[in-house]
Design a protein around this ligand. Sequence first.
Ligand code: MG
Length: 293
Amino acid sequence: MKFLTYRHKDKFGVGILHGPEQFIDLGQDPSLPTDMTALIAGGELTLSKVRELVAQSGTDKLQTLSSVEIVAPIPKPRKNVFCVGRNYRGHIIEGARARGIEVTFPKVPEFFTKPATSIIGQDAGIRRYQNLTDQLDYEIELAVVIGRETRDVSVEHALCSVWGYTIINDISARDLQRAHGQWFKGKGLDTFCPMGPWIVTADEFGDPEGHRLALSVNGGVRQESTTTDLLFSVAEIISHLSAGLTLEPGDIIATGTPGGVALGMTPQAFLEVDDIVDAEIHGIGVLRNRVIP
Ligand code: MG
């Protein structure tokens, strides 16, 4: 199942994608939560209620996607979005080359976070911030949504904690990253975390390895790889992060980006106003955003 969060006038709700253009509104069953984090925390019991509703929903109960605004699947998570830096070989090499430093590969996942206020959803604008940066960049990433309280989990059991998967575009102001000496500020501005368009449940997505991911700017492919190329796998990331640190239902982890970012291009082609960025992962869909002034 693919779970989306929508806004209609001032009301938020959760729906299940049905075909390319319709969804089933979970609000039909008043016993179901109307908020994605609460729904995830409801675990298997809530999921089975959702399956029942989907099975009983006739075509008269379907709504069109165009009648609502699709927002980020978890618009306001309780914590920052966890992220892994440097996790694909191609991106590590291009990053080191662009900075004129020696290529080194991390021995453990390098974690940082993006503030919840940076999150936007499908079709929302990525702000260009002309006064703050001249180097606005994109990074397609597979993102994991945690489904249960998890601490000190082994690699072997880590995938049992995954509720679903979505797409994150880890927007980065390269000059701000460098100026501040770490990644938080340059990756944390408002609108710098496009997420969505929806969450695909772990059972439907299957093995997180082997999924093609590609990012294009105005239709021209910039990044193309598969999740098999992750240096640290999804299970290894969860195991490392949960060591002595409690993960909770609704927590989000972005797993790193492959090569092909603007920083690594010759000449560099950073994002400009009106650029359209499509981030696609096989088995999830396409997350589309436009750069706005
Ligand atoms: Mg990243």
